[in-house]
Write a protein that binds this ligand. Structure first.
Ligand SMILES: *[C@@H]1O[C@H](CO)[C@@H](O)[C@H](O)[C@H]1NC(C)=O
Ligand SMILES: *[C@@H]1O[C@H](CO)[C@@H](O)[C@H](O)[C@H]1NC(C)=O
Ligand SMILES: *[C@@H]1O[C@H](CO)[C@@H](O)[C@H](O)[C@H]1NC(C)=O
Ligand SMILES: *[C@@H]1O[C@H](CO)[C@@H](O)[C@H](O)[C@H]1NC(C)=O
Ligand SMILES: *[C@@H]1O[C@H](CO)[C@@H](O)[C@H](O)[C@H]1NC(C)=O
Ligand SMILES: *[C@@H]1O[C@H](CO)[C@@H](O)[C@H](O)[C@H]1NC(C)=O
Ligand SMILES: *[C@@H]1O[C@H](CO)[C@@H](O)[C@H](O)[C@H]1NC(C)=O
Ligand SMILES: *[C@@H]1O[C@H](CO)[C@@H](O)[C@H](O)[C@H]1NC(C)=O
Ligand SMILES: *[C@@H]1O[C@H](CO)[C@@H](O)[C@H](O)[C@H]1NC(C)=O
Ligand SMILES: *[C@@H]1O[C@H](CO)[C@@H](O)[C@H](O)[C@H]1NC(C)=O
Ligand SMILES: *[C@@H]1O[C@H](CO)[C@@H](O)[C@H](O)[C@H]1NC(C)=O
Ligand SMILES: *[C@@H]1O[C@H](CO)[C@@H](O)[C@H](O)[C@H]1NC(C)=O
Ligand SMILES: [Cu+2]
Length: 648
């Protein structure tokens, strides 16, 4: 009897699972979200912002994404979806799908079988989401979210992020440039809230709100607090947690926090909603940049709106490491597979600044990695065929994987793993710039939590480390990358090929007709290794990162030298010449070409204004910056010296 009832319930459940169809066409339009400047934005069916999606766990989602751009490819990723059995719907181009060419349509078709909570979607191509191609994706756990374990009266969404007064296409050339040797990211002009500023959130007294805060930005983390209102964290990145009270959140891009907010029992006054830049992530803090943004928690609109709310310390935010998942999952056992990663940022021979995992800057293969898996038969478990510039690791079905990430960079980075939530079992404190980076020591670490926090995006602190674990139980090709769009452009990504045989043997992982057509229309092969050949172990034609800086140069000296050349001393000499040369004697050759005295190249500089320096400063000012940054100035010194000596 009980069994039959269960069966009926299961069938009923199935019958209730809805299919949601969205026909979305990308395009360009104009909008003024920060109220300061109208600029070009990416639209959805001609409108901005993009719509919020709401579905129920178990539902099917079909998004027909039509590329309405004239001159750019596109793709769409629903952040945090496990895409179990539907890896090709995950979105990263050259990883799980072919880029969608202009005027073509890709049908994203998947069920949200294992996810519930606050998610979001965004383009996974060329920083497009920074220009507005992003939106919220909320999944109820059961009808009206009835399976969510905590009570609340009303759910309210809040999308936060940052905004530039220029498009990514306008910013990128100056960012990935010899003129920006330190890789300083463009400074966003404003923080947004729900794609606007000065927002009013009208609340009623005596109510419990489930506030879902999603950072859909592409760069800065934000501090978030509500004046005189506590927040009780109940969910992070789709993982329900035990309640934890705090006055302040620290939210990196791509992270989500759902919090319960209990309103006051009276309407005596209104309160501030505060956002603040984590300005430690900015290379320079322009004088005119408003670090705090105030919005309004309004009980009574006839009463005055509050001024900004000050706090004594920015250090009292909730440390997500200590959160405990509601469905307690025990610490996973010792790993079968440990991946150790070193993060660094450095220059390659063009003088541009790149990001590296273990000295490799992710360079896309010629065939999407998923298609290499699907077409390579028994070779699929050999990581070599995925190329030597993609940082691809092959994982065995169901093994316990541990990623040890040691960052040698002085910034904070939010890392995101596709296809999984992971346990965070260790995360060390920040290390000062003047000290060496702190490497994780597997023989000497603090004891791991019994029920580690789980989420899909986690930050590493400056020059520090974290350790995460997950079970390889989701066959697919998954990105693990920094979610700062600028850093992804710089190559801060690795690829996990999880259970390649499991991918091959599952009929639902085979390419859909829509997908095959998209590949054909964009002129991309759907078989072969990273080099695009079925001569599986021949990588001769694979895409490769630029060469390293020749030995005998310090990075600074080299960049300064190339910069001064390009900036006008020799104008036409391109570094390619040096790239092709036998690099051993390159320094002598440089000295010879420039007719400068040996030894001047790396000497300390004098204080003197020169043309190149001004040019650099000019290009920086257009980002809204004033040039007070120590790091950059150091580089100027060298630049000045070389330009000065060589222009004699
Ligand atoms: C989406 O487009 C298809 C045709 O391409 C149409 O049949 C369908 O009704 C559209 N659905 C929605 C929700 O607009
Ligand atoms: C927000 O307020 C500032 C003034 O404080 C104003 O300059 C800006 O235009 C406003 N933005 C929006 C979107 O209302
Ligand atoms: C969009 O999705 C619908 C499913 O409702 C499908 O029938 C249709 O063919 C799709 N449209 C395009 C243009 O691919
Ligand atoms: C779109 O992708 C194809 C295949 O990778 C590439 O050849 C083409 O240059 C891309 N188009 C644009 C506008 O980037
Ligand atoms: C776009 O594709 C449609 C068919 O899907 C075709 O009729 C139209 O000519 C194409 N437009 C361009 C500009 O290629
Ligand atoms: C979506 O996928 C399901 C399961 O594979 C299939 O039955 C359905 O036809 C697909 N729908 C579209 C519009 O491609
Ligand atoms: C923010 O925008 C979402 C829609 O995207 C809306 O549902 C929500 O109510 C807005 N939040 C506030 C506080 O206005
Ligand atoms: C809130 O609830 C308290 C007690 O439950 C009550 O005294 C008070 O009047 C309520 N406030 C409002 C504005 O309804
Ligand atoms: C921004 O907020 C912080 C924290 O309350 C405060 O210390 C700082 O003075 C504020 N800055 C400005 C410019 O208001
Ligand atoms: C709440 O967070 C604090 C640290 O911010 C931690 O010490 C505590 O164990 C957490 N409690 C629960 C129940 O998550
Ligand atoms: C990266 O390069 C450095 C210097 O060339 C070398 O010492 C180090 O072992 C390399 N790291 C890895 C993980 O290959
Ligand atoms: C283990 O780490 C702690 C904290 O970093 C350090 O103080 C201690 O000396 C280390 N012990 C050993 C044996 O390396
Ligand atoms: Cu980063």
């Amino acid at each position: 009897m009980i069994l039959r009832l269960a069966l009926v319930l299961v069938l009923l459940q199935h019958a209730l699972c809805a299919t949601h169809v969205y026909n979305w066409t990308t395009g360009w339009g104009y909008a003024n979200p920060d109220g300061i400047k109208r600029r070009e934005v990416i639209t959805c069916n001609g409108e901005f912002p993009w719509p919020s999606v709401r579905v129920t766990k178990g539902d099917r989602v079909i998004i027909n994404l039509t590329n309405g751009f004239n001159n750019s490819n596109t793709t769409l990723h629903v952040h945090g979806m496990f895409q179990n059995g539907s890896n090709q719907m995950d979105g990263p181009p050259m990883l799980t799908q072919c880029p969608i060419a202009p005027n073509d349509t890709f049908t994203y078709n998947f069920t949200v079988s294992d996810n519930a909570g606050a998610y979001w979607y965004h383009s996974h191509t060329d920083g497009q989401y920074e220009d507005g191609m992003r939106g919220l994706f909320i999944i109820d756990d059961g009808e009206n979210n009835k399976n969510f374990p905590y009570d609340y009266d009303e759910e309210v969404l809040l999308e936060i992020g940052e905004w530039y007064d220029k498009t990514v296409a306008q910013l990128k050339p100056d960012f990935l440039s010899l003129d920006n040797p330190t890789g300083a990211e463009p400074i966003p002009q404003n923080l947004l809230i729900n794609n606007t500023r000065n927002l009013t959130w009208n609340v009623e007294p005596n109510k419990t709100y489930l506030l879902r805060i999603v950072n859909t930005g592409g760069f800065v983390s934000q501090y978030f607090w509500l004046e005189d209102h506590e927040m009780e964290v109940v969910e992070v990145d789709g993982v329900v947690t035990e309640k934890n009270k705090t006055n302040m959140l620290y939210i990196t891009v791509a992270q989500r926090y759902s919090v319960l907010v209990r309103t006051k029992n009276n309407k005596d006054r209104n309160y501030a909603i505060m956002q603040k830049y984590d300005d430690s992530m900015l290379d320079i803090v322009p004088k005119n940049l408003a670090l705090n943004q105030t919005s309004y928690l309004t009980y009574d609109s006839s009463k005055p709106q509050p001024k900004q709310s000050y706090v004594n310390s920015m250090d009292d935010f909730l440390d997500d490491f200590y959160l405990v998942p509601y469905h307690k999952q025990k610490l996973l056992p010792e790993p079968d597979h440990r991946i150790e990663l070193v993060v660094a940022m450095d220059n390659l021979i063009s003088g541009k600044n790149y990001a590296f995992f273990n000295n490799i800057t992710y360079t896309a293969p010629k065939v999407p990695t998923l298609m290499t898996v699907l077409s390579s038969g028994k070779y699929a478990s050999n990581s070599y065929i995925y190329g030597t510039n993609t940082n691809t690791f092959v994982l065995k079905r169901n093994e316990i994987v541990e990623i040890v990430l040691n960052s040698h960079d002085t910034g904070t980075h939010p890392f995101h793993l596709h296809g999984h939530v992971f346990q965070t079992i260790s995360r060390a404190d920040a290390v000062d710039d003047s000290d060496p980076p702190l490497e994780y020591n597997p023989k000497n670490h603090t004891s791991f939590p019994q029920y580690p926090m789980m989420r899909d995006t986690i930050y590493v602190r400056p020059q520090s480390n974290f350790v995460i674990r997950f079970r390889a139980d989701n066959p697919g090709v998954w990105f693990f990358h920094c979610h700062i769009e600028w850093h992804l452009m710089q190559g801060l990504a690795i690829v996990l090929v999880e259970d390649p045989e499991g991918i091959q043997s599952n009929p639902s992982q085979q390419l859909t007709d829509s997908h095959k057509r998209v590949c054909k229309n964009v002129g991309m092969s759907t078989e072969g290794n990273a080099a695009g050949t079925t001569d599986w172990f021949n990588l001769a034609l694979q895409n490769k990162q630029e060469k390293s800086i020749p030995s005998g140069f310090t990075t600074k000296g080299y960049v300064a030298f190339v910069f001064s050349c390009v900036a006008g001393v020799l104008g036409l000499i391109t570094i390619t010449i040096y790239g092709l040369m036998d690099l051993q004697n390159v320094e002598e050759k440089v000295i010879e070409d420039l007719d400068i005295a040996p030894g001047t190249l790396l000497e300390e500089g004098e204080e003197e204004e020169i043309e190149t320096n001004q040019d650099y400063a000019k290009s920086g000012k257009s980002d809204g910056g004033s040039f007070e940054d120590e790091r950059k100035l150091q580089d100027f010194e060298t630049t000045k010296q070389i330009s000065k000596s060589s222009s004699k």
